[in-house]
Design a protein around this ligand. Structure first.
Ligand SMILES: NC(=O)c1ccc[n+]([C@@H]2O[C@H](COP(=O)([O-])OP(=O)(O)OC[C@H]3O[C@@H](n4cnc5c(N)ncnc54)[C@H](OP(=O)(O)O)[C@@H]3O)[C@@H](O)[C@H]2O)c1
Length: 342
């Protein structure tokens, strides 16, 4: 089979197209014939050495955590999934050397989730990292729901930082599906248009001096949940707009590795600051996210594509290096690798 691998950390030139044997699933595993591989910042960061430390955890790694395809072999002890099932995958290359940038990959069954019959493979490959991260961020409020569903966030106001980003896009869609009022921050009119197409009711340019005032005008009682991509830059803004018992769910360090938080205003409102990393949130939270994201897909609530606020940028498998570079250079939208036809 055609497989993309790297044997040392480095820029995207370390990625090579090679021929490898089709792997066999062991007990508790399934083999997925990959149709689409989704690229996220985590994939190029791992390849460049930013995740694993100084030495490769495996002699050879196939990149990319997210993917979609069709199950074509099932290992012993797996009864939830069957050959022929359309599926999406998450954390495919976490603790394992074999991600989705190849024609077949073997995965633990719990990281493989049925994909609704009318959902495209490009949508399936867009769910793992972005939508599951967004799900976690929306379910860590002290008094909020741990599961998302229509009505789960009724009466809540959610502020999504960076609504034109991949995680931001999914956060808007899941919050709207769950009944929240969604405000999102963006840096340009073009990105505001994307966030509105994702379903955000309100957009505010975070580069404007009066961003906090604009958000307060929309949400006089404050926002309950902030889905935060850049806490170093947005700490003061969050303090100014958070509701009593509000939570800032922080999933990234865009804009700086260190943040300072004003104690007094945050103490006054019992604010919570919640970090999250998908790889370590635990299987219970992953299972909840996979189930709720799948329900949202079945409801048609997580569409991708330019008309829905997330343009798709496609590359063939042999150009996985260009796909990684596109994500690393902040391409707007979702980068998808077409691995093989459905
Ligand atoms: N913790 C986790 O488990 C986890 C999971 C997924 C992703 N991540 C991390 O999250 C980050 C984003 O991932 P992604 O796939 O969504 O990337 P993306 O598609 O490139 O989106 C990043 C977004 O952040 C926005 N942004 C940057 N600074 C901002 C600020 N100060 N205020 C508001 N928005 C701001 C950008 O908008 P502008 O360019 O307009 O500012 C852009 O829309 C990456 O660093 C990734 O590694 C972490």
């Amino acid at each position: 089979m055609r497989s993309i691998v790297y044997t040392r950390f480095g820029d995207s030139s370390v990625l090579e197209l090679v021929d490898r044997p089709v792997p066999e699933p062991g007990p508790g595993e399934v083999r997925v014939r990959i149709v689409a591989s989704g690229v996220n910042p985590t994939d190029w960061k791992a390849r460049s050495g930013g995740t694993y430390g100084t030495s490769m955890p495996f002699p050879e790694i196939t990149p990319n955590q997210d993917g979609s395809g069709v199950i074509d072999a099932v290992g012993a002890g797996v009864d939830r999934l069957r050959v022929g099932d359309r599926v999406w995958t998450y954390m495919s290359a976490s603790g394992r050397p074999t991600g989705t940038a190849q024609e077949y990959t073997v995965l633990p069954a719990e990281r493989v989730v049925p994909l609704a019959a009318d959902a495209s493979f490009e949508l399936g490959a867009s769910l793992g990292v972005p939508a599951m991260t967004a799900h976690r961020a929306l379910t860590v409020h002290e008094f909020g729901p741990r599961r998302l569903a229509p009505g789960a966030l009724d009466g809540n106001t959610v502020l999504v930082a960076g609504g034109a980003g991949a995680v931001g896009h999914a956060a808007i869609q899941l919050a709207v599906w769950s009944g929240a009022t969604v405000i999102t921050t963006i840096s340009s009119d073009d990105k505001a248009a994307l966030a509105q197409r994702a379903g955000a009711q309100h957009t505010v340019n975070y580069r404007q001096d009066d961003a906090a005032k604009q958000i307060r005008a929309i949400a006089p009682n404050g926002v309950d949940i902030v889905v935060e991509v850049a806490i170093a830059q947005n700490s003061a803004l969050n303090s100014a707009v958070l509701a009593n018992h509000g939570v800032v769910a922080m999933y990234a360090n865009n804009g700086g590795d260190q943040a300072s938080i004003d104690i007094r205003p945050n103490m006054s409102i019992n604010a919570r600051y919640q970090f999250l990393l998908l790889y370590t949130i635990g299987q219970a939270a992953l299972d909840a996210a996979a189930a709720d994201v799948s329900a949202a897909v079945r409801d048609g609530a997580l569409p991708v594509g330019a008309e829905h606020g997330l343009p798709i940028v496609r590359f063939p498998l042999e150009e996985t290096n260009r796909a990684h570079d596109a994500v690393a250079s902040d391409t707007v939208g979702k980068v998808i690798i077409d691995v093989q036809s459905a």
